[in-house]
Design a protein around this ligand. Structure first.
Ligand code: NAD
Length: 238
């Protein structure tokens, strides 16, 4: 575990077992795919991320990928959809050396991570969060779950991804309600531990014209600190 390294466009946060890359996703994604020597790569999308995020994603990967599409929304974060995802992974021939890339918000990240962590006793997965909430919160920490019998996040596992790629480009198509929901998380992180960011956030008058890129690394650093402290103290209830 260590600190943080800053280059011209990319910030990298290091956790125990994986890195969070903040910036344009192309270079870290290509490196990860080249180093992983994967037999097959599938990308999990929902109806919205297929439309808004998949084209940009495909521009940044030079490996053939199969897309698995599920319906969008929390009400589909359930066992029936998991069964569909596992079936699709089997149908496309994903094996122990395959990779699942979760391209979407917290629902895709939680459910795709859970499906990858349990398929063939666990295959590699990468989180590519596309909502503000999932970029600053849900994609980090290794908590993976689905809703069951009406109880939210009641079935799941803890498993870290190979990497988290946080690319602010995806936020351009996010509707106001989703920006607002992520903003609450950014605000919370600043309230906990970043007085300067807290001051800056208070100047915002229109959420739809904010350059979120500059808020991602500070917010994620705070989330990372909470995750690391929780692991160090053997407490996963963060
Ligand atoms: N694992 C964790 O630590 C953790 C933490 C917080 C929340 N969560 C989970 O995250 C989920 C909520 O995540 P969310 O708020 O991202 O919801 P979500 O995944 O349902 O996404 C919200 C909506 O935005 C759409 N969308 C996603 N990216 C888009 C884009 N770039 N452009 C346009 N539309 C886009 C989605 O299709 C969806 O309709 C909940 O299930 C919650 O339990 C998990």
């Amino acid at each position: 575990m260590s600190g943080q390294s800053l280059s011209l466009r990319m910030v990298t946060l290091h956790l125990n077992e994986y890195e969070i890359s903040i910036g344009e996703m192309g270079q870290p994604l290509r490196t990860l795919v080249a180093e992983g020597n994967y037999s097959k790569i599938a990308v999990l999308v929902d109806a919205n991320t297929r439309r808004h995020c998949l084209p940009y994603f495909l521009q940044n990967i030079d490996f053939e990928v199969v897309a698995i599409e599920i319906p969008a929304g929390e009400r589909f974060k359930n066992l029936d959809i998991c069964r569909f995802i596992w079936s699709e992974m089997m149908r496309h021939g994903l094996d122990r050396r395959s990779l699942l890339i979760n391209l979407g918000g917290g629902v895709i990240g939680d459910m795709g991570g859970f499906c990858a962590a349990t398929y063939l006793r666990g295959i590699d997965f990468v989180q590519v969060p596309t909502t503000l909430l999932s970029q600053v919160d849900a994609s980090v920490g290794g908590k993976l779950a689905i809703d069951f019998n009406g109880v939210k996040n009641s079935i799941g596992v803890f498993q870290n991804p190979k990497a988290v790629l946080v690319d602010p480009t995806f936020l351009k198509t996010l509707p106001l309600t989703e920006i607002r929901s992520g903003f609450a998380e950014v605000f919370k992180h600043a309230l906990i531990a970043d007085a300067a960011q807290w001051q800056e956030l208070q100047q915002i008058t229109d959420l739809m014209v904010v350059d979120w890129a500059k808020f991602l690394a500070p917010s994620l650093s705070i989330k990372k600190r909470i995750v690391v402290e929780s692991i160090d103290f053997g407490n996963w209830e963060f």
